[in-house]
Design a protein around this ligand. Sequence first.
Ligand code: COA
Length: 132
Amino acid sequence: MIDRFQIRPATRDDARRLFDWRNDESTRNMSKSKSLIPWEDHLGWLDRRLKMDQPNLFVFEVDGQPVATFRIDGRDLSYTVAPEHRNRGVAKLMLNEVRSRFGSLRAHVYSDNVPSIKVAQSAGMDVVIVDE
Ligand SMILES: CC(C)(COP(=O)(O)OP(=O)(O)OC[C@H]1O[C@@H](n2cnc3c(N)ncnc32)[C@H](O)[C@@H]1OP(=O)(O)O)[C@@H](O)C(=O)NCCC(=O)NCCS
């Protein structure tokens, strides 16, 4: 049971962990772009994002430990849980919290990504199922 969590804006100090989560194989398989992102490209992306007026890039922490990330682009929501923290209810808790703070957002999810479809639907997100 997770009871101490927080949402905070991502910073440049998160660069390495966001990179590792993004490049994890199971994350890439569920993303639009499946190739490994080079470190320099990732830093460029993060710097551009953090310079935006509203970066809308967040880190979700449990007991002070970063375990997941999400970002919001207009109405679109994307999220990733650190591979070693999956299947213990992190996404469920995070998306319920996102829903209560930001309202119902839209998540594009591949049809074979059953865990993601489940959590996004149960949090009341607008789930758009995508076929590869
Ligand atoms: C999808 C993802 C966010 C889920 O995070 P998580 O913290 O592991 O999810 P939770 O533990 O909160 O819940 C997962 C749910 O799926 C269920 N589940 C897990 N694996 C499953 C499987 N193979 N088949 C069916 N259900 C499954 C769990 O039982 C749970 O459902 P429940 O709440 O009814 O018990 C995480 O796996 C991830 O980051 N994946 C890679 C990136 C990604 O796919 N992002 C989403 C792109 S839209």
